[in-house]
Design a protein around this ligand. Structure first.
Ligand code: PMP
Length: 351
């Protein structure tokens, strides 16, 4: 027997490309094209060595308190992690610990099945409808937990709170995780449902709407009980997930509500303009409430468009996967970046 028999073998998640070349237009990983709030730059300017020399606060109090204030919940209802990937992975490990399968859509964030595999969680994927919606009926079966993003990725499709509530009503015996990574681009958060459902965990991130993908800050809000369970697992793995710098930057980003509103509104406006421009070129897409669009063209294979754009140094996301291999996911950039994208697409479509 080889030592390899004892290895936990997994097929890892493939993150979007981070090309190391200059002058590209990067519309492939749903980053925010605008800088974080000016207060974040101020925090970075004031950095001194104690920030690095000392261990950070294991409770990340500065950030937790700022989140509690922003979202009008108690600090004991807030959990923070190294990006929402860390929060979600921790939540899978903590709450999906039964024998029954965890349910999530067939077309969704492609990390879910990877976490299920690495944490040895049984799971079942549930097909979305033809027009990419979740059917509440499909989630009224025995399960060990439920997770889905709202708006969904990579489609951008938003579900109403009534659907989320219908799923919660039918599932008081499981934890339901709603991944709201893209909620700030025009959706309505299900946070108000926390008052009624002790088993609801809402996960959000600073990576998209707060322009801090590089700082790695994610959080979950839920009942005090859920958060206590999450913290017990976190403190059994790594007490110091959040650096002091991350906590201070996160709190500074939350403090500037006007800037947050302005930048998210700009992205929403650019997205709505993109819907018009792209449909005029013949693209079709579900109506998205995210900082990306999920587009396909009736006459041109997505993979070909992906390659043509890449040649012009414009990066978008393409998956060679069942049901989504005829679509491209395009992150909404600045209006200037989008003009270059339209020009490149128009040129390619003429060929
Ligand atoms: N959830 C969804 C649906 C996402 O698309 C992403 C971004 N890849 C994440 C969570 C994780 O983002 P982060 O770890 O940067 O918070």
């Amino acid at each position: 027997m080889s030592w390899e028999a004892n290895v936990r073998r997994v097929v890892p998640y493939t993150p979007g490309e981070q090309p190391k070349i200059d002058g590209i237009i990067k519309l492939n990983t749903n980053e925010n094209p605008y800088p974080p709030a000016p207060g974040v730059a101020e925090v970075l300017r004031q950095t001194d060595s104690t920030l690095l020399r000392l261990y950070p606060d294991p409770d990340a109090k500065v950030l937790v308190d700022a989140l509690a204030e922003t979202y009008s919940v108690k600090p004991s209802q807030v959990f923070v992690g190294v990006g929402s990937d860390d929060v979600l992975s921790m939540a899978f490990m903590t709450f999906f610990n039964g024998e029954k399968p965890v349910l999530f859509p067939d077309v969704t964030y492609s990390f879910y099945d990877v976490w299920a595999e690495v944490h040895r969680i049984p799971y079942q994927t549930i097909p979305l409808t033809e027009d990419w919606h979740i059917r509440a009926e499909d989630y009224k079966r025995e399960n060990g937990g439920i997770v889905f993003p709202n708006p969904n990725a990579p489609t951008g499709v938003l579900e109403p709170l009534s659907l989320i509530e219908e799923i919660l009503q039918a599932n008081s015996n499981s934890v339901v995780i709603v991944d709201e990574a893209y909620i700030d681009f025009g959706g309505t958060s299900c946070l108000p449902l926390l008052e009624k459902y002790e088993n609801l965990l809402v996960v959000q991130t600073f990576s998209k709407s707060r322009s801090l993908a590089g700082m790695r800050i994610g959080f979950a809000i839920g009942s005090e009980k859920l958060i206590q369970y999450l913290n017990d697992v976190k403190f059994s793995i790594n007490s110091y997930t959040m650096t002091r710098l991350a906590c201070l930057c996160g709190a500074a980003a939350l403090a500037d509500r006007a800037y947050f509103k302005m930048t998210t509104q700009k992205i929403i406006a650019t997205r709505e303009a993109a819907k018009q421009r792209l449909s005029a070129m013949g693209f079709t897409f579900p109506d998205a409430y995210s900082n990306f669009l999920f587009v396909s063209h009736p006459e041109r294979p997505a993979e070909e468009l992906f390659r043509e754009l890449k040649q012009r140094k414009i990066f978008v996301r393409y998956w060679n996967k069942r049901r989504i291999d005829d679509s491209l996911r395009i992150t909404i950039g600045t209006p200037e970046q989008m003009e270059l994208l339209y020009a490149a697409l128009e040129e390619t479509l003429r060929k």
